[in-house]
Design a binder for this molecule. Structure first.
Ligand code: AP5
Length: 216
């Protein structure tokens, strides 16, 4: 069983790699961005609050995010992979308290290292299906037919926060509010840094090696 956090700038591949590690280990991926996007799509109270922050590339307030994560982790005694949480120091400190209450500890924090120019290249090429939420990348993982979803035939769109000016804002927010967590977790002896550039499978192998997991 593993309990791991994926840390990294927008577009570093946290979601992609968390999915692969979840398949490999059986742990559940908890992606706060996915939880919020679903809430926005379903027009729930949470979605109505989160939508404006997300469109601007800003962070949703800490107390809301901590509440969501606490409720989710209670249901996951068999391990988890946190993708996109924590993103601020108060979220990290709040998570420490939640884990203490649950009587569990983190195994590692994987920091994916990817330069800004590669991030902008990846996010500018990402497309999502507005109907079934399948995701594609025009450079690395294109749909079979031009900008049409392979699974349901719907025309693909850009994620609203993947517009160039919002990508830049997300990067600024990451540097100011999330990057300090690298030092926080290094201080706790939990940080493992992994080069996130290269083919997806290769990055996944590096992560398993850094976590001391055997490749299958
Ligand atoms: P969230 O959904 O978490 O977005 P993000 O962190 O900006 O991350 P992305 O999903 O853009 O990137 P990723 O690192 O997961 O990379 P991915 O695998 O998708 O959050 C969205 C918003 O929600 C936030 O801005 C905020 O408003 C709010 N929010 C969420 N959590 C919050 C929190 N805790 N507190 C407050 N607010 C919160 O890959 C990106 C692209 O690159 C894909 O197209 C993929 O195919 C491609 N790719 C992946 N790996 C590779 C590779 N090795 N080589 C080439 N391309 C690759």
């Amino acid at each position: 069983m593993i309990r791991v956090i994926f840390l990294g700038p927008p577009g570093a591949g946290k979601g992609t790699q968390a999915d692969i590690l979840a398949r490999h280990t059986g742990a559940t991926k908890v992606a706060t961005g996915d939880i919020l996007r679903e809430a926005v799509a379903r027009r729930t109270e949470l979605g109505k609050i989160a939508e404006g922050y997300m469109k601007r590339g800003e962070l949703v307030p800490d107390d809301i995010m901590l509440g969501i994560v606490e409720e989710t982790l209670k249901e996951l005694p068999d391990g988890f992979i946190l993708d996109g949480f924590p993103r601020t120091l108060p979220q990290a400190q709040g998570l420490d308290q939640v884990l203490e209450k649950l009587g569990v500890h983190l195994d590692a924090v994987v920091s994916l290292v990817v330069p800004d120019e590669e991030i902008v290249r990846r996010l500018s090429a990402r497309r999502v299906c507005p109907k079934c939420q399948a995701t594609y990348n025009l450079l690395t993982q294109p749909p079979k037919e031009d900008e049409i979803c392979d699974q349901c035939g719907t025309p693909l769109v850009r994620r609203p926060d993947d517009e160039p000016q919002t990508i830049r804002r997300r990067l600024e927010v990451y540097r100011a509010q999330t990057e300090p967590l690298i030092g926080y977790y290094r201080g706790k002896g939990l940080l493992v840094e992994v080069d996130g550039v290269g083919p997806t499978d290769e990055v996944a192998r590096r992560i398993r090696a850094a976590l001391g997991l055997r490749s299958r």
